[in-house]
Design a protein around this ligand. Sequence first.
Ligand SMILES: Cc1cc2nc3c(=O)[nH]c(=O)nc-3n(C[C@H](O)[C@H](O)[C@H](O)COP(=O)(O)OP(=O)(O)OC[C@H]3O[C@@H](n4cnc5c(N)ncnc54)[C@H](O)[C@@H]3O)c2cc1C
Length: 376
Amino acid sequence: MSKAAYEVVIVGAGIVGAACADEFARRHRQVAVVDRDMVGSGATAAGMGHIVVMDDSDAQFALTRYSQRLWQELKPELPDEVEYEQCGTIWVAADEEEMKEVLRKHEYYGKAGVPTEVCCAQRLQGLEPNLRNGMAGGLLVPEDGVLYPPSAALFLIQRAERYGAELRLGASAVEIGQGRVRLSDGSEVRGEIVINATGASAPELTPGIDVKSRKGHLVITDRYPGFLRHQLVELGYLKSAHSLRSDSVAFNVQPRKTGQILIGSSRQFGVEHKEVDQVILARMLERAQHYMPTLSGMLAVRTWTGFRAATPDKLPLIGPWPGDPSLFLATGHEGLGITTSLGTARILADQILAGEAEIPVAPYLPSRAAKEYVRA
Ligand SMILES: Cc1cc2nc3c(=O)[nH]c(=O)nc-3n(C[C@H](O)[C@H](O)[C@H](O)COP(=O)(O)OP(=O)(O)OC[C@H]3O[C@@H](n4cnc5c(N)ncnc54)[C@H](O)[C@@H]3O)c2cc1C
């Protein structure tokens, strides 16, 4: 890194930091990105890459839909390695109670202009013949997609570099704020704006942020082309993903371009180690096999874990950190950071450079989570 001072210094080269670098560099800001590891090595390397519109809250829906549109616009520029595919999601309803949720979602998405199709049991079987018989139906959301997150982060960083951004890998930040980033080797990088985009590690650099690590497991199989056509998620997922206390698993499978099947997912709080938990893994695979019995005969080639950055209200922290005019946050994306990376970068840059964004930013402002810290 040749200069000591920049307009924007981004700490973290995961997909969120990469998207911020790309957004600010394309707007002709002098950008530096520092990461203690490599591009896309944190949760970004562990994530599933489902580009999904979610409606846990109006604010979550607004950011996921906005971001999905930005991915669609970017699609023609994405190289093959990003493996972006608009395969669609099917929310699978196991029973009539879950079919009520299908209808609610259909109405909600429809009012906001997101196309969906309510599928009866027969239609669902036609779309995904390997699902267990006896499902009640599902909701097809055809504009959802999938991509390979580390390659997407690399693409964004490389595009930022073409616009002049400078990247420094293997550089660990130990302190940030007041217009500077202090690195573990004692050197400093100065920036008018410093963005904390370190995912689940964000509280280490900005004490007072209520972000907790939420561990997840994934499994990828050998190649079985044609076995699965859509991202399938059980509607029970909505209950388990919402639970802030207990460990949970849910049926969530994704077709990869390679013919492999990515199987998820689990959620655990209060677990700091990266090791695969055999009990959670067994529960997760059992759940998957309950929905797709023939998965049990497939060869799994790799299992891994990652840490989501969870906030209490399940919305990310995007914007200024109270008390330090140079410091901005872009973290807390939990299980949606791949989807919402582009929207995060766009609304952050819009807030800073234009004073207003295309969607209301208030629900994501860190000030909502900073009250106790500011009082202290
Ligand atoms: C199992 C699992 C499945 C998921 N599935 C999906 C999905 O299908 N769709 C979706 O949208 N999202 C998904 N997610 C969530 C998504 O992966 C994350 O929200 C996203 O990757 C967060 O990106 P990030 O850039 O904020 O953080 P990270 O990718 O964690 O990047 C943070 C970066 O900061 C660097 N860093 C940390 N501390 C320092 C420091 N002190 N100095 C310098 N650098 C530092 C790290 O090295 C890292 O590169 C999933 C997550 C998990 C774990």
